[in-house]
Structure formats: structure tokens, C-alpha cells
Ligand binder design. Structure first.
Ligand SMILES: Nc1ncnc2c1ncn2[C@@H]1O[C@H](COP(=O)(O)OP(=O)(O)OP(=O)(O)O)[C@@H](O)[C@H]1O
Length: 243
């Protein structure tokens, strides 16, 4: 079999085919199609309110698709509930702060792994990623700074060693040094575990620095796609993201 034929025979890790979804009777994302291969980072960019979060919530099962089909490694997962998506190896880092404020850092991290043994095996891997989390395992999560809370959200997703991470605007409100750190973590996680990433962003330079490909979502539809390394990508994207 030629390499091209082998590629065609291997299903994408995530495939979103003509998916529409929204709230009540309203459609917010309208016939969206995209695919992500194992270990690939795709960034979906778009201005506020274009449907980026709705797309992620539809993949994760928080919002039920009105039409279309979603597959994970060739298996249909359309309208599967979020816990089933998590068990299938999809980790979701939402835009909102979703940590348990009254629990410790360690207790928050344990939520992301199936059992104590797995936690014990994996926790030290955070030393390469976010060593500060290891120093603060016993600290109450609510006392962390905003940037540290985002680190905790990412650490929890990384510890799950997912096949696919859905990450919603992780760079929002972060200092530039922390944004660089997030980029390193995403690259390292992909290298180490072959994790694929769907990265929803408005921060253009961060998104292009980590992604292999980009897609632009405008009023619920994909209007542009391409390789993130294309010399013209940034100017095309600035055009779509300008207010
Ligand atoms: N729970 C909801 N109920 C009703 N409408 C909603 C709900 N959540 C989002 N919307 C609407 O869906 C549209 C798309 O919102 P969405 O959050 O998906 O966009 P976004 O591109 O992620 O924007 P942002 O960057 O501001 O998060 C908006 O018009 C928004 O008002």
C-alpha cells in the first residue's frame, strides 16, 4: 500500500462532519467540518461570539449536535455525554475557571485520573511541565493566582494523558512568560504522549506558534483553513480577527 493510501485508510483521530448545534431553537455552529490526526495541533480562531466555545462543547457532549456526525478514531461519538467522552480519552480545559476552589491542588489533580495508583505514577511528570504545581500540592486551589489556576487546569488535562485535548482560550489574561510556558507544555505533551489538540484561541501569535494548522470560525462557519506555518497565514488571520 502506498503512503497516501495508508493515510486514507487511517481514520482521523477526531472527525467533525457537517455539524450544526446551538441553544434552544437557535443554530450557533452551522455545518462545521474539520479533522485532527493523532498528535496534530489544530487551532480554531475567531472573534468573540463566533461559536468557538459552542463547537468545543458540542464535541465534548455538553451541547447536543442538531445535525452532522462526530467520530473519535473512527467510532461515532455524536451526542455522547461528557463523561463518556472523558472515558474515551478526551480532556477538556474550558475557558471558565473550573477548579474546585475549596479543595487542594492535589485533590483537584486527582479528579483528572481514574485511580490513586495512576495518580502516583503520573504526578512526578508535572516536574517537567509545571513544577510550581508540585510545590503547592497541599495548598487550597482558591488561593492560587489566576495564572496558577490556569496552570492547574492544564496540569489536570495533562495528567489524564488524553488522546485529544480540547483547550478553550487558555492564554486569556495570562502574562507573556506564562503564555510561552503554555506553548512549551502543549508541544511537550504532543511529543511525549502523541496527544492531539484542538486549541480555540484569539491570541494569534501564540496559536500560530504551537499549531500545525489553523481554521477560522466566523458566524458559526469555517471560512478559512490552512497550515499555520504558511508565510501568509498571519496576515490572512489578522484580517479575520480585527474588530
Ligand atoms: N448557553 C447559551 N445559551 C444561549 N446562547 C448561547 C449560550 N452560549 C453561547 N450562546 C451564544 O452563542 C453564540 C456563540 O457563542 P460562543 O461562546 O460559542 O462563541 P465564542 O466564539 O466562543 O466567543 P467567546 O470568545 O466570546 O467565548 C453567541 O451569540 C452566544 O451569545
Amino acid at each position: 500500500m502506498s503512503a497516501a493510501a495508508a493515510d486514507a485508510a487511517t481514520p482521523a483521530l477526531l472527525s467533525v462532519e457537517a455539524v450544526s448545534a446551538g441553544y434552544g431553537g437557535a443554530t450557533v455552529i452551522d455545518g462545521v467540518s474539520l479533522a485532527i490526526s493523532q498528535g496534530e495541533i489544530l487551532t480554531v480562531l475567531g472573534k468573540n461570539g463566533m461559536g468557538k466555545t459552542t463547537l468545543m462543547k458540542t464535541i465534548m457532549g455538553f451541547v447536543k449536535a442538531q445535525a452532522g456526525r462526530i467520530t473519535l478514531a473512527g467510532e461515532e461519538v455524536t451526542r455522547r455525554p461528557p463523561h463518556a467522552m472523558a472515558r474515551a480519552g478526551v480532556a477538556y480545559a474550558p475557558q471558565e475557571f473550573t477548579i474546585f476552589q475549596d479543595l487542594t491542588v492535589e485533590e483537584n489533580l486527582r479528579v483528572g485520573v481514574p485511580d490513586d495508583r495512576t495518580f502516583a505514577e503520573r504526578v512526578d511528570s508535572l516536574a517537567d511541565v509545571f513544577p510550581r504545581m508540585l510545590e503547592r500540592l497541599k495548598q487550597r486551589a482558591g488561593t492560587l493566582s489566576g495564572g496558577e489556576q490556569k496552570m492547574l487546569i492544564m496540569s489536570r488535562a495533562v495528567l489524564a494523558q488524553p488522546r485529544l485535548m480540547l483547550i478553550d482560550e487558555i492564554s486569556e489574561g495570562l502574562q507573556p512568560t506564562m503564555i510561552d510556558r503554555m506553548a512549551e507544555v502543549l508541544r511537550a505533551t504532543r511529543e511525549r504522549n502523541g496527544t492531539a489538540v484542538l486549541l480555540v484561541e484569539q491570541h494569534l501569535s501564540f496559536a500560530l506558534s504551537v499549531a500545525d494548522r489553523f481554521a477560522v470560525l466566523k458566524l458559526g462557519q469555517i471560512v478559512e483553513q490552512g497550515p499555520a506555518g504558511d508565510p501568509g497565514a498571519a496576515s490572512v488571520l489578522v484580517h479575520h480577527l480585527k474588530v
